[in-house]
Design a protein around this ligand. Structure first.
Ligand code: SAM
Length: 267
């Protein structure tokens, strides 16, 4: 099961909250890039769709915006509420499926969606909702990984490709990063701009903060994409490379896209 698709039923709430705390630190740089490109003037309303534990609601409020959060998970909304209350910030939270939002058309000047589209059944429906609740000229910012983008240096490049291709096997839309521009244009957004962050990893330990090679290898052999022995040999090779300082992997960790709902820009 993909736990982020239904946090409350996964029974893994505390673990997922820890994961989001770690990610808030680990993804500080691309999150800053995402914020910088969302230039909604202070005082306007911005929706964080799939707001999780509320880290970015705090950032929006600190930037002088009126932050609204929507998420399908009670566990996540409770964490958001606690965070906002602890800081004395306004709480504007709604429990909702991002594919069917309860807000009026044109309610927001801005909307941000971070690491949510990959988990939902119908990402296009979420973007259609974001488009509907944005006012004319309203701004959207989206951040997603591309779990299909891992490249491992190996003496067995085919095995490396097969194992890399099994990363994020349980995520329904694992290549969301590369799909963003297409989806945004098809939804009717305009002025679409995309930036990709590629990270180079020099050890398995570094990579393991985002990707488990063992889990990917297991997914690959249990799906019969590769013989178990060959996948295990690849893992041994990667471990040796890591120990000798020769490990090299690259991964498109974040794709950030910004777009606008057509119409006159506002102040
Ligand atoms: C990986 S977390 C990201 C949370 C937050 N955006 C962040 O970047 O820290 C994914 C979030 O999407 C929420 N989510 C998943 N499916 C959803 C849906 N259909 N509607 C609304 N929220 C959803 C989850 O409950 C979770 O809070």
């Amino acid at each position: 099961m993909n736990a982020f698709a239904d946090v409350d039923r996964s029974g893994r709430g505390p673990e997922l909250l820890d994961y989001l705390d770690d990610a808030h630190r680990g993804l500080a740089a691309p999150k800053r890039v995402m914020r910088a490109g969302l230039t909604v003037p202070a005082g306007h309303s911005v929706l964080d769709l799939g707001c999780g534990a509320g880290h970015e609601l705090v950032e929006l409020e600190r930037a002088g915006l009126r932050a609204f959060g929507a998420d399908s998970s009670r566990v996540m909304l409770d964490a958001s509420r606690r965070r906002l209350e602890r800081l004395g910030l306004p709480v504007r939270l709604v429990r909702a499926d991002a594919q069917r939002l309860p807000y009026a058309d044109g309610a927001f000047a801005g909307c941000r969606i971070e690491r949510v589209l990959q988990h939902v059944a119908d990402p296009a429906a979420v973007l259609a909702q974001a488009h509907r609740v944005l006012r004319q000229g309203g701004q959207l910012a989206v951040l997603e990984p591309d779990w299909g983008s891992l490249v491992l240096a190996s003496d067995d490049p085919e095995a490396a490709r097969i194992v890399a291709d099994a990363v994020g096997a349980r995520v329904p839309h694992r290549r969301m990063g590369r799909d963003l521009r297409r989806l945004l244009i098809r939804t009717g957004f305009t002025d679409v701009r995309v930036e990709v962050e590629t990270v180079a990893y020099a050890s398995i330990a570094e990579l393991s903060h985002v990707i488990s090679l063992e889990r990917a290898a297991q997914a690959a052999w249990s799906g019969a994409a590769i013989a178990r022995g060959r996948a295990e040999a690849l893992l041994r090779e990667q471990q040796e490379l890591s120990e000798s300082g020769a490990f090299h992997a690259t991964f498109q960790r974040t794709t950030v896209a910004w777009a606008r709902r057509a119409g006159a820009a506002f102040r």
